[in-house]
Each structure stands twice: as C-alpha cells, then as structure tokens.
Design a protein around this ligand. Structure first.
Ligand code: SAM
Length: 238
C-alpha cells in the first residue's frame, strides 16, 4: 500500500472554500467541465442498484445533484440523506430539493466523523468529494463499516491520468487555466486548491486496492476524458 495521503488543506479551510463558492458552484461546474459533469453523474446514477427499499446516502453532497437525480431515477430507496461539511453548499441543496418538491435529509457532517451505524446503509455515493476529504483512509473505513452486507459504494472523482503526457497536460489546465476562468466568477483560491488536492490524492487503482483489502469487490469501472475522471463501484461481500 502507498503511504497514507492526506489532503493538504484542513477540513475548516475546505468547508470555507466551498461556502464561498456555493452560489456559483453549479454554474462553474458546468462551465469548467464543458457540461460534462452532468454526463458523468448520469453514468453514476444509471450504475446504482435498483432496490425494493433501502437507505441511500450521498456523502459530500454539495448542492445535492446526485441526491436529486437518484430520487428522480426512482431507484426504490425509502430514505435519502445527503451529508456535507459546508453549511452553504447544503443551503443550496435544500433550495433545489424544495424547488423539485423532493424530500431528503440534509446533515452537516464530515466523512471522517461519519456517525451512521454499522451496517445501516444500502447504497453510498461520493461524487467529486473524496479528494476533498482530509483523511481519506478514515472516510473509506467508515463507508465500509456503515454499509450493509451486499451494500454498494460508488465513487466518482477526478484523477491524474496514468499516461505521463496526459497528466502533464491536465495539471497544466488545472494549475494555470482553470483558476483564471474560475477566478472570473468566484474566489481563485478555491481553484488553485484543485491541483493541490489532486497531487495528494490516490490513484483509482490504489482506492480499489484499499477497499478490496477491507473486504469489498470492485463491480464497476468507467473512465472519462482519458482517465482524468473515473467512476468506480464496489460491493461489500462480508
Ligand atoms: C466538488 S464538491 C462536490 C459536490 C457534489 N457531490 C457534486 O457532485 O457536485 C465537494 C463537496 O465536498 C464537501 N466536503 C469536503 N470535505 C468533506 C468532508 N470531509 N466530509 C463531507 N463533505 C466534504 C465540500 O463541502 C463540497 O460540498
């Protein structure tokens, strides 16, 4: 296993950064990903298991897009919860849920201090969130602990592409282009943070090794734009 990697920013710093950009977050996501973020989340939603009843939890829910899309897809879950550390991102999620007349519980909670009971969750998602968590190993252990046997975990995240020339190209975009575009509409600091969080992050293979060693089985892997974004899914077998 590689050494434990931690996000260079503290939870407090990350939470303030997302608070600051909360009202522009959806717009900037669409702009900076050239509208691809919606396509990636759609793949996530179609990969989620359909159930007769069950508990669905979206970690680092942000403005609630995954939570909303999962309910709209009528996957059969009986309870929907979104957690996040940023109160203002949760406020945006609340507004969107109200507008859509959908019900979900929104809780200010960190993935590292995840208070869900052991074996209580049927499906857990985290989209563009794990990289932002300070102690990723701790969060992954909590996800494993709180999933029921047979429960599934889906992670959608940015990664550095494996091919060197592609990772150099993406780091150039993230370091020198994205903060300038993002900075036109929101605090530049939040977008300088993205490449830093990427450099300190696991590869998707390392995440898979970590979860497999805990007792999960990889059931899904899909790569987008040359491996700079990946969707990985796991099932808890024991
Ligand atoms: C890039 S946004 C992703 C939001 C949403 N999941 C999406 O797909 O658009 C990252 C979110 O992770 C949240 N976050 C960061 N660290 C967290 C932690 N330790 N626990 C829970 N949420 C966290 C941030 O507040 C932010 O809302």
């Amino acid at each position: 296993m590689p050494p434990r990697l931690k996000n260079p920013c503290s939870e407090k710093e990350v939470s303030s950064m997302f608070d600051e950009i909360s009202s522009q977050y959806d717009f900037l996501n669409t702009l900076l990903s050239a509208n691809q973020d919606k396509r990636w989340r759609r793949h996530l939603i179609t990969s989620l298991p359909a159930v007769k009843e069950g508990v669905f939890v979206d970690v680092a829910t942000g403005t609630g897009d995954v939570l909303i899309a999962c309910q709209k897809a009528a996957k059969g879950y009986t309870s929907y919860t979104g957690i996040d550390i940023s109160p203002l991102m949760l406020k945006e999620a609340r507004k969107k849920l109200e507008k859509e007349t959908l019900q979900a519980e929104l809780i200010q909670m960190s993935a590292e201090n995840f208070t869900f009971e052991d074996q209580s969750i049927d499906c857990l998602t985290i989209s563009f969130g794990l990289r932002n968590v300070n102690d990723r190993d701790k969060a992954l252990s909590h996800f494993y602990r709180s999933l029921k046997k047979g429960g599934e975990l889906f992670i959608l995240e940015f990664f550095l592409p494996r091919k060197k020339f592609l990772s150099t190209f993406f780091m150039f975009y993230f370091r020198y282009i994205l903060p300038h575009i993002g900075g036109l509409f929101a605090n530049k600091k939040a977008y300088h943070y993205l490449p830093k969080s990427l450099e300190s992050f696991y590869s998707s293979k390392e995440i898979s090794e970590k979860l497999t060693s805990l007792g999960m089985v990889e059931i899904k892997r899909k790569s987008f734009i040359f491996g700079s974004c990946e969707l990985i899914g796991f099932k808890k077998n024991n």
